[in-house]
Design a protein around this ligand. Structure first.
Ligand SMILES: Cc1cc2nc3c(=O)[nH]c(=O)nc-3n(C[C@H](O)[C@H](O)[C@H](O)COP(=O)(O)OP(=O)(O)OC[C@H]3O[C@@H](n4cnc5c(N)ncnc54)[C@H](O)[C@@H]3O)c2cc1C
Length: 335
């Protein structure tokens, strides 16, 4: 948003169906983006193709009970709580420890200290693999320590460093050094977890039990870090949808508009306009895409010659060749 001057937009009103910022996709990413752009005074339109905001996050009620439709709790990762504090959104959370089980045994993971219990649980099921289990647990401890550095502090993007000097000097600067060292070590562990564990054991049943909670071919550093992250989950009282409602209310209170049943199917990057599947059209100065990447590159009209058409066409080719459901945040403008 750097090319929009604040003073200029504060007096701007959405005219002729045009907005300073159009955010596509009202999942948590889109709701957060729209909240921040609306907060600083940009005229903002948040477009969501479904009839409800929230994407993978949301709750619904039946017969007086609340059910979570998507994720079951929030992984803070040093982001969710500082972000809510910065936006001034108050939601009550309770800790939500994760329980993992093998057949009839189960245990609650409260942090890395639970790894001894996890090793004991694995050893009961696989008594012939004690040494291998010990080596795998050491590996989990190592990766958890790297990732604790990555997630371990309140994310600086959500802190006001000019005011919080103590955070700047006592937390952020020492952390930056540790981050540089640890991110390199973590990045080297990008092999899929399935094949990585074969270095420690040939017992496929043991591997299957350990990786049962992960996605297929998850990079090792990400998969093993879950044993640390499991203790970082919190649950909003009232259901996960509390966050969706709170962010939607925040956007409305800052004159942002949420358009439901509004699927963006065409993007004219030169003309800086988007068109919905049912033929409505909106202009933008900045477009923030928080839907899936394939939909983004299918919607983009990159027939124009020269830049940025050329760059977009290249990216479109790459995305079409890839398989998977990555979600990302991309600023797109005609310049
Ligand atoms: C199986 C699974 C389990 C998870 N468990 C947890 C967990 O326990 N705790 C946790 O913190 N995180 C969890 N996550 C991660 C978390 O759910 C996601 O990181 C987060 O919800 C993604 O939000 P998003 O806004 O990026 O995407 P989404 O929630 O997918 O939102 C994208 C939105 O864009 C809309 N959209 C797409 N295309 C268009 C278009 N063309 N026009 C208009 N709208 C469009 C979609 O309808 C959708 O509402 C989990 C993820 C998965 C997949």
């Amino acid at each position: 948003m750097k090319d929009i001057k604040k003073a200029e937009v504060r007096v701007t009103v959405a005219a002729g169906n045009s907005y300073d910022a159009i955010v596509v996709g009202a999942g948590i990413a889109g709701l957060t983006s729209a909240a921040y752009v609306a907060k600083v005074g940009y005229t903002t339109l948040l477009c969501e193709k479904s009839e409800k905001p929230g994407g993978l996050v949301g709750s619904f009620s039946r017969q007086g009970f609340t059910f979570d439709a998507g994720i079951r709790a929030f992984e803070n990762s040093g982001i969710v709580f500082p972000m809510l504090a910065q936006l001034g959104i108050a939601i009550d959370f309770v800790k939500n420890p994760v329980v993992i089980g093998i057949e009839d045994s189960q245990m609650t993971l409260t942090g890395v200290e639970s790894l001894d219990d996890y090793a004991a649980m694995l050893s009961v099921k696989f008594p012939q693999n004690q040494t291998e289990i010990a080596a795998i647990i050491d590996e989990i401890r190592k990766v958890t320590a790297y990732m604790e550095v990555l997630y371990g502090i309140e994310n600086p993007l959500f802190m006001d460093l000019t005011i919080d000097k103590e955070y700047l000097f006592k937390t952020l600067l020492p952390w930056l050094f540790k981050y540089q060292v640890n991110i390199r070590k973590a990045q080297k562990l990008d092999e899929p977890i399935e094949t990585y564990l074969l270095r420690f054991t040939q017992n496929q049943a043991l591997i299957d039990v350990i990786i049962q909670h992960f996605f297929e071919k998850m990079p090792t550093f990400f998969a093993l870090s879950y044993f640390g992250l499991y203790s970082d989950y919190s649950y909003p009282i009232g259901g996960t949808g509390r966050l969706v409602t709170a962010l939607s209310d925040f956007i409305a209170a800052h004159q942002g508009e949420l358009a439901l049943d509004t699927e963006i199917s065409q993007i004219d990057i030169k003309g800086q306009r988007v068109t919905t599947r049912d033929g409505r059209s909106f202009g933008y100065r900045q477009l923030i895409w928080c839907g899936d990447m394939k939909a983004l590159y299918d919607a983009v009209d990159c027939s124009a010659s020269g830049e940025p058409g050329h760059r977009v066409r290249e990216q479109q080719q790459k995305i079409r060749q890839n398989r998977g459901g990555g979600l990302d945040l991309y600023p797109l403008s005609g310049d």
